[in-house]
Design a protein around this ligand. Structure first.
Ligand SMILES: Nc1ncnc2c1ncn2[C@@H]1O[C@H](COP(=O)(O)OP(=O)(O)OP(=O)(O)O)[C@@H](O)[C@H]1O
Ligand SMILES: O=P(O)(O)OC[C@H]1O[C@](O)(CO)[C@@H](O)[C@@H]1O
Ligand SMILES: [Mg+2]
Length: 456
């Protein structure tokens, strides 16, 4: 919706370009969006968005000019239905694939893609690709319809199944071409988005009239630019249950320590948010912060003080934290999963044994209990909570509207609460790490009283 009275115009923002199928094809015939005549939609003025509807990347500014912000400000196209669409719904053959690890809400996204394509646009040829990227060339696509997916939003995991590895660009794109797919909905994390970039580039090379959208999924919340990934809130909520149990065990013992390991390969968002909301955590260890055990300012000294003061302590550790401190064999040093991600050793198990050794060395005659809880897969294998469920629906609808309008090579996601279309290569490169210099980290420090782990 354009607003002639606004003082900001397209010339004073840096609008991130989204590719459109008309850039690569001579096909330019458009169709009126069926939503315009759908009795369930009262298409008020401004209902349909245009290319001048934008979302600003940063909405916090320091008018004194001391806060670095891009000039002109970065902006993205706003997600939503367009009045004219490029795909005639009867010609659409859509494929949906889920890749990488599980995340609460994957089934909801699939469900809403199927129901949205079917009900909003009248698409009838919708297919699920089994078991991740390899499924394009290894299995027959599964035909999907609203009846089939009706209760999928209540189920954890992905009914389509997922996998790591198996990314063979030529085989994948050949299969896409052979199956006659012209819309690809790719649900996955950072690795999946890097794969989507390659698929998008290859489709352009081959001048194929196929639109690709990435729907960012990652329980670790490590995908950048977007506000947060779907399923993250659900995972944090589940993590609370483990922390509560660790707290109960710890406070019911003499010198009790409750230790919880949470997911977070290279980012500590789950551990951080679970710590912030729990109030029971004394120390939160994340990959973004180096820590040490012995000596002044170390973890042992901190825990010793906490046990003296409170009688118990709760530790939360993200799986990727402290990995360089854990002794490992030569083969463990280079071990990778099928997607090329490093395989981590169990930081929780290692920490538990280090803590036990420390206590029996320094306090041989005093009682001590450590209870280690590893809820790893429990926090991501559950169905999404209400907020994540609605979020998944909006993501699916945003993706469909963009694809039907002819956009391609993009990702949809919320930026400061508004849904936007972001170039997929930008998302594939952007890593969302915990910023240990910002206010949120100071908040953790104030909630937990943990040390800085800076050696004096
Ligand atoms: N650089 C890349 N180029 C092409 N494909 C990739 C690349 N990195 C990963 N992939 C493929 O993307 C898929 C998913 O990758 P990965 O297993 O790393 O999970 P992810 O998408 O990062 O999700 P998560 O980390 O949340 O589980 C795999 O099939 C993998 O082969
Ligand atoms: O055992 P899997 O399925 O490879 O998944 C484990 C990884 O997946 C994630 O959940 C998401 O990347 C990480 O937190 C974790 O390291
Ligand atoms: Mg990943």
């Amino acid at each position: 919706m354009s607003n002639s009275s606004s003082s900001i115009s397209i010339s004073n923002v840096q609008l991130q370009h989204i590719s459109h199928l008309t850039n690569y094809s001579s096909q330019i015939q458009t169709h009126t969006n069926p939503l315009a005549v759908n009795p369930f939609f009262r298409t008020f003025p401004g209902f349909f968005l245009t290319s001048s509807d934008i979302v600003l990347r940063h909405n916090v500014l320091d008018l004194s000019g001391t806060f670095p912000s891009p000039n002109p400000p970065l902006a993205y196209h706003r997600a939503g239905p367009r009045n004219q669409i490029l795909f005639d719904p009867v010609t659409v053959r859509a494929a949906i694939v889920t890749c990488g690890g599980l995340c609460p809400g994957m089934n909801t996204v699939i469900r809403e893609l199927v129901v949205g394509l079917w009900e909003l646009y009248g698409v009838r040829e919708i297919f699920g690709i089994k078991a991740g990227y390899r499924g394009f060339y290894s299995y027959d696509p599964v035909r999907l319809n609203p009846k089939m997916v009706d209760d999928w939003h209540k189920r954890g995991g992905t009914v389509l199944e997922t996998s790591r590895g198996g990314f063979d660009l030529k085989k994948i794109v050949d299969a896409i071409q052979n199956h006659g797919f012209n819309q690809l909905y790719i649900i996955g994390g950072d690795g999946t988005m890097r794969g989507a970039v390659e698929i998008f580039e290859e489709l352009k090379q081959r001048k194929l009239y196929i639109s690709v959208v990435g729907i960012p999924k990652t329980v670790d919340n490590d995908v950048g630019i977007i506000d947060r990934s779907f399923g993250f809130q659900t995972a944090v909520e589940m993590a609370q249950q483990a922390i509560n149990a660790a707290h109960v065990e710890a406070e019911s013992a003499v010198n009790g320590i409750g230790l919880v390991k949470l997911m977070g390969r290279s980012t500590g968002h789950i551990a951080l948010h679970a710590t912030l909301s729990s109030r029971d955590v004394d120390c939160c260890l994340i990959p973004e912060i180096d820590f040490y055990l012995e000596g002044k300012g170390g973890l042992f000294e901190f825990l010793e003080d906490r046990l003296k003061e409170m009688g118990h302590a709760v530790l939360v550790v993200a799986e990727g934290a402290g990995q360089d401190m854990i002794p490992r064999t030569e083969s463990q040093k280079t071990e990778k999963d099928e997607s090329g991600n490093p395989v981590f050793l169990d930081v929780g198990g290692w920490l538990k044994s280090e803590l036990k050794n420390w206590w029996s060395r320094d306090h041989p005659n005093e009682l001590f209990t450590i209870k280690y809880i590893d809820p790893t897969y429990m926090i991501r294998a559950v169905p999404p909570n209400a907020t994540d469920n609605s979020y998944c629906t909006l993501l699916a609808h945003s993706a469909i509207h963009g694809v039907m309008a002819g956009y391609t090579g993009f990702v949809c996601g919320p930026i400061n609460g508004n849904y936007a279309y972001i170039p997929v290569d930008e998302v594939a490169k952007a890593k969302n790490k915990v910023d240990t210099r910002d206010h949120k980290w100071s908040w953790v420090r104030s909630v937990s009283n943990q040390p800085d782990f800076i050696r004096s």
